[in-house]
Design a protein around this ligand. Sequence first.
Ligand SMILES: Nc1ncnc2c1ncn2[C@@H]1O[C@H](COP(=O)(O)OP(=O)(O)OP(=O)(O)O)[C@@H](O)[C@H]1O
Length: 257
Amino acid sequence: MTAPLTEHADSRTDAYAVRLEAVSKMYGKDLLALDRVSLAVRPGEFVCLLGASGCGKSTLLNLVAGLDDVSGGEISSGSKIAMMFQEPALFPWLTVNANVEMAMRAEKVGKDERRARAQELLDLVHLGAFGKKRPHELSGGMRQRVALARALAQEADVLLMDEPFGALDAMTRDILHDELERIWRERRPAVLFVTHNVREAVRLGDRVVLLSSRPGRVVEDFPIELPRPRRTDSAEVATLAATITDRLREEVGRHGR
Ligand SMILES: Nc1ncnc2c1ncn2[C@@H]1O[C@H](COP(=O)(O)OP(=O)(O)OP(=O)(O)O)[C@@H](O)[C@H]1O
């Protein structure tokens, strides 16, 4: 279950990588997208956020990233945050190397160190030989790997991922799950990963947090204690995913959507 949000926890700033307390978001006067969402992610924890379309998952990530303001409640995160989207959003006119280095330029990292770190990160995502290519010369899965390398280049301790593999075929997604897990285990950022794919959430998460249909509220927090690495097509993942899917259906049904 989600860690209790107590006064005591409040004073230990590094107990959480990200912490939302009763966060609400209104768009305009009448659209309540999120309703008093409380959620805490510990350093190094992998949390998947699951919910029906339109329940406010992207809104929540944008608020955590500081791209938009909350309407109520509080978000705290003492950490450096990087974000990855469904579209890799690479600069098409820049090489793969330059795309990854771009994240370090803003940090004023010197040229030689930028080069070396970009190469190391591209090796890490198995694209070491593709640094001179441009994004259009790569497959969708490879472009997402570049986006992952670029996110990692920011040396963030929180990685926000908004359906990063949603546009990929099942096989490529499977491979990227393995890669992401390997990298996460090596570097241990806290990850908040949005998806509406239940099996993907069970495959990856230490916890799966289920949001209700709009307005998004946390309805359940499932700890996933299956040993890693997991396989999306394993019986254990399928069984747990079926339980969570039933709960999700119930929730969607309740809201008539
Ligand atoms: N900038 C905005 N202005 C007005 N309404 C918005 C804005 N962004 C999102 N919404 C609305 O807020 C609700 C939540 O949207 P959000 O994109 O966060 O949901 P989601 O769970 O990520 O959806 P999906 O799974 O379909 O991507 C939706 O009803 C959406 O139409």
